[in-house]
Ligand binder design. Structure first.
Ligand code: GDP
Ligand code: IMO
Ligand code: MG
Length: 462
């Protein structure tokens, strides 16, 4: 075991600044990676997204599902930072802080960027109503108000975390909440005056009666919660850019923790079926103001999953897909929705690696494939008779007509959950890993073979 601790330290302390993100559509095991790394690094910065993320950790203190709390929280020596490109729901953050304080021997060290956009009580309501209004064309968001919080930032019409401490916050909050209540009613399909004119007095009376009873948002009650949050979080709010820069200048080891993943990036992902932020290396820069990153680790599942709508060329809607979902416990950590499952897609993952700036992979959940006699690996796409080995332009077609081209590999049919040295993997497993690394074009330096912290294999040149 001492040997593997040394290998782990060598891996996580090899570079001063590392960003860890997902190379696919999320849920690749970022939480596990950061929790493991937290034993060896000095600073962990959550870099993007908000409570839409669900990062699972299994360590000596039990199982945690962190949505906003950086996953370095279990090590009291680690400075956990919520960066400026993260949208912060203060009520959710406090519930995670409470849980951490109950279950960990000491409170996490946490600082929150005063410049991070604040998720407001109306954002989630609007997100849910917009999704409902879209019907079959819905994105399948987590309804946490992520897109709404980032939209307000872009419109320069939102609140930032630092505004919680503004003496004028209550007044501004109530004014905005009234306005939002009107917008919410419109989003919910409140009728236009011209439509009301067509109604009989009796119908009108009924509509007014129903509208009065319907309450979406209670501004006063919500304000009380936000003021309590301001008291509790106040001492943790500050200029995180300065804190990170000081840590950098002191030679501290800094790790970025992305929410989501490359193929959900708002610019490079499968738009519009994406989130509203930048999970790649750009998100690290935006969140920290530190534009020096030595390496980017892409956590990558040994197969594909996706939650919500959007293209997924290798999706398996058959017994094999069901097998991967059940064996891999593929149910959302945030919304509990069943995840869509499919064979490893080297074309999409390679594109994710390129656009997120990923320089090496941490391959997770290969243990889920342990029993399979064969494994398909998507090495190319066929679209209208034309073959592609790299991502085609999908801006118009939305990747609708992609037919995956598979290479079938022999399965290893051996339990690998106890493997701790790369050389102990069955030959077929090594072939599968090597083929993935060859197709993606970056090395696999870490492999994860179970959800627990110690189910991990460092390659360190093996
Ligand atoms: P994240 O969002 O990237 O942090 O990933 P999630 O926590 O949403 O989903 C990953 C799931 O896989 C969690 O339930 C983890 O406990 C689990 N997990 C992580 N790595 C492994 C692994 O190597 N093998 C198995 N069997 N489970 C894993
Ligand atoms: P972690 O960090 C997987 C997906 C949603 C939806 C789309 C937009 O745990 O990997 P949003 O609520 O962000 O507006 O939803 O993005 N999505 C995720 N899928 N893992 C996540 O985070 C996700 N965060 C958002 O399902 O399709
Ligand atoms: Mg997740």
């Amino acid at each position: 075991m001492a040997g593997s601790k040394e290998a782990a330290a060598r891996h996580w302390r090899k570079e001063q600044v590392t960003h860890l993100t997902g190379a696919q559509w999320g849920d690749e095991g970022k939480g596990k990676g950061v929790d493991e790394a937290s034993q060896f690094v000095d600073v962990v910065v959550r870099t993007n997204g908000g409570a839409n993320a669900g990062h699972t950790i299994e360590n000596e203190y039990g199982e945690f599902k962190n949505h906003l709390m950086p996953c370095g929280f279990a090590n009291p020596d680690v400075l956990n930072v919520i960066g400026s490109h993260v949208v912060v729901d203060p009520i959710q953050l406090i519930s995670e802080l409470d849980d951490a304080e109950d279950r960990l021997p000491s409170s996490p060290q946490l600082v929150i960027s005063s410049q991070a956009p604040l998720v407001m009580p109306w954002h989630g309501i609007k997100d849910g109503l917009r999704e409902k209004g879209k019907g079959d064309a819905s994105i399948g968001t987590t309804k946490k108000g992520i897109g709404d919080a980032y939209s307000d930032l872009a419109l320069r019409d939102g609140f930032l975390v630092g505004h919680l401490l503004d003496p004028k916050f209550p007044e501004k909050f109530l004014r905005k909440a009234e306005d939002q209540n009107r917008q919410i009613r419109l989003l919910d399909g409140e009728m236009l005056v011209s439509e009301l004119e067509e109604l009989t007095p009796k119908q009108l009376e009924r509509i007014v009666y129903q509208a009065k009873r319907k309450s979406y948002l209670d501004p006063e009650a919500e304000l009380v919660k936000y003021l309590e949050a301001a008291d509790r979080l106040g001492p943790m709010i500050g200029n995180t850019t300065t804190r990170v820069k000081e840590a950098y200048d002191d030679g501290k080891i800094i790790l970025g923790e992305a929410g989501q993943a490359a193929l959900l990036d708002i610019t490079y992902g499968t738009y519009p079926y994406v989130t509203s932020s930048h999970p790649g290396v750009a998100g690290f820069s935006l969140s920290t103001g530190l534009h020096k990153v030595d390496r980017v680790i892409g956590t990558t599942k040994a197969y594909m999953t996706r939650v919500g709508g959007g293209p997924m060329p290798t999706e398996l809607e058959d017994e094999m897909g069901e097998y991967l979902r059940e064996k891999g416990r593929e149910y959302g950590a945030t919304t509990k929705r069943p995840r869509r499952t499919g064979w490893f897609d080297a074309v999409a993952t390679k594109y994710g690696v390129q656009t997120a700036g990923i320089t090496e992979l941490m391959l997770t959940k290969s243990d889920i494939l342990d029993e399979l006699p064969f494994i398909n690996l998507c090495v190319g796409y066929e679209i209208d008779g034309q073959q592609f080995s790299t991502m085609p332009d999908f801006s118009l077609s939305g990747m609708e007509n992609v037919k995956p081209i598979y290479k079938t590999m022999k399965g290893w049919q051996k339990n690998t959950t106890a493997v701790r040295n790369f050389s102990d993997f069955p030959e077929e497993a090594k072939d599968y890993f090597n083929k993935i690394a060859e197709l993606i074009g970056v090395p696999i330096n870490v492999l994860s073979v179970g959800p627990e912290r110690d189910a991990i294999v460092y390659r360190n040149g093996q």
